[in-house]
Design a protein around this ligand. Structure first.
Ligand SMILES: NC(=O)c1ccc[n+]([C@@H]2O[C@H](COP(=O)([O-])OP(=O)(O)OC[C@H]3O[C@@H](n4cnc5c(N)ncnc54)[C@H](O)[C@@H]3O)[C@@H](O)[C@H]2O)c1
Ligand SMILES: [Zn+2]
Ligand SMILES: [Zn+2]
Length: 390
């Protein structure tokens, strides 16, 4: 089968690799119809996380079941399915509580796993013609329709980007009427903003410095804030005061809920040409109101081969802990428990409440992957989310 393979820092190629196959009776073999690129792939592409050359990339699969092992009963040949990025067993104590990203059986000696990701288990990636899906009864989420129909882009976002955006709003405890600031207008931040609006947030701000991405934020009903126009914390507080705060709440001109959808490769605001992994966390700590909540969905990698001066090889950074303590801020972290949300978000798509496909800007075949990785890494050509159709 053809697959997108990591060759080394900022190098991917597309070539023949051994076909994915059924290895266990609980496996399914899925023929991929769409498979998206993600900011998470770029942490590897940039040579930061120690991915081994030869790794088949990709963790956002949508496709048709081609074959199933003898023990698979819920899905069969021809079913249209999306698979959560963070694969899981479905029955261990953590899966039973819906905490699928912390599955205790899927990666021996550790918790959780992902397709095509360095250090996240032996599972090959989904930017390929075929994918082996372990524990297929748990991992395959069935979908209506046909490949290439009007839901194809929305459905591929159910693997990771939309569920992570939604999860970020869970971590940040976004509820009706809340004021929300999302840092990062990649697919994750934009879909966190979309999720916040769907959940009834009163006002949503999205901070970034890429005009095309901020324009999508506005389409989702958020107020775009370009950080190159000045300190976004000051500007959001000004905007809140200009719109008018309720009497007695003049001091609450920050936000109730803050979301980090950037992670450790955050740009330094003063010098956007370099990284500063502390930038977004520092800004959010300043911006969130007393007793507010923060959700950190951006990745902080446990191994960074080339850390910025404010970072560290082991991923540790300095955080304004005392500010967060003084304010009594709730902080939530981590990988998405995808399977908690896939059905809910699928149904929001089907009933027309959600249009996550607005973040998809580019399509290509597997052969287009090297060019799309290069443009995406430079955040060039207006690219927000690229989907490969093998
Ligand atoms: N928690 C999870 O399960 C999970 C799942 C998927 C992705 N992620 C992570 O989410 C993050 C975003 O993913 P993406 O696909 O949207 O990536 P992306 O790289 O396309 O988007 C990141 C955006 O952040 C912006 N940015 C950089 N520095 C900033 C700053 N100081 N302030 C505001 N914005 C800034 C960039 O301009 C860019 O638009 C990545 O770290 C990715 O690994 C986490
Ligand atoms: Zn992803
Ligand atoms: Zn499990």
């Amino acid at each position: 089968m053809k697959a997108v393979v990591y060759d080394g820092t900022r190098r991917v190629s597309v070539h023949e690799v051994e076909d994915a196959a059924l290895l266990e009776p609980t496996d399914a073999l899925v023929r991929i119809t769409s498979s998206a690129l993600c900011g998470t792939d770029l942490h590897m592409y940039d040579g930061r996380t120690g991915a081994e050359p030869g790794l088949v990339l990709g963790h956002e699969p949508l496709g048709l079941v081609e074959r199933t092992g003898a023990a698979v009963t819920r899905v069969g040949r021809g079913d249209r399915v999306v698979m959560p990025t963070h694969l899981f067993c479905g029955v261990c104590p953590n899966c039973a509580r819906g905490l699928t990203a912390a599955c205790s059986r899927i990666r021996p000696g550790a918790f959780g796993a992902a397709y095509g990701y360095a250090g996240m288990g032996p599972y090959r990636g989904a930017q390929a013609e075929l994918l082996r899906v372990p524990y297929a009864d748990a991992n395959c989420v069935t979908l209506p329709g046909e490949p290439g129909d009007r839901y194809e882009d929305a459905f591929v976002l159910l693997a990771d980007a939309f569920v992570t955006g939604w999860h970020a709003t869970e971590l940040a405890r976004v509820g009706p009427g809340d004021t929300v600031a999302v840092f990062g207008a990649g697919a994750i931040g934009l879909l966190a903003a979309h999720s916040a609006v769907i959940r009834g947030a009163g006002q949503v701000y999205v901070v970034d410095h890429i005009a095309e991405r901020l324009a999508v934020a506005a389409e989702f009903g958020a107020v775009p804030v370009d950080f190159t126009d000045g300190d976004p914390v000051r500007r959001i507080r000004e905007h809140r005061r200009e719109r008018g705060l309720p009497p007695g709440e003049e001091g609450m001109d920050g936000v109730d809920c803050g979301i980090d959808a950037v992670g450790f490769q955050a740009r330094d605001r003063e010098t956007p040409g370099r990284e500063n992994p502390r930038q977004v966390v520092d800004d959010l700590a300043r911006l969130v109101n007393p007793a507010g909540s923060l959700g950190v969905a951006g990745v902080f990698a446990a191994k960074d081969l080339d850390p910025a001066p404010e970072g560290h090889h082991d991923g540790s950074i300095r955080v304004p802990w005392a500010t967060l303590f003084d304010k009594g801020v709730h902080v939530g972290f981590g990988r998405t428990h995808d399977r908690r949300y896939t059905r809910l978000l699928r149904d929001l798509v089907l009933n027309g409440r959600a249009q996550p496909e607005k973040v998809v800007t580019h399509h290509g075949s597997l052969a287009d992957a090297p060019g799309l990785y290069d443009a995406f890494d430079r955040r060039a050509d207006g690219i927000v989310k690229a989907v490969l159709r093998p």
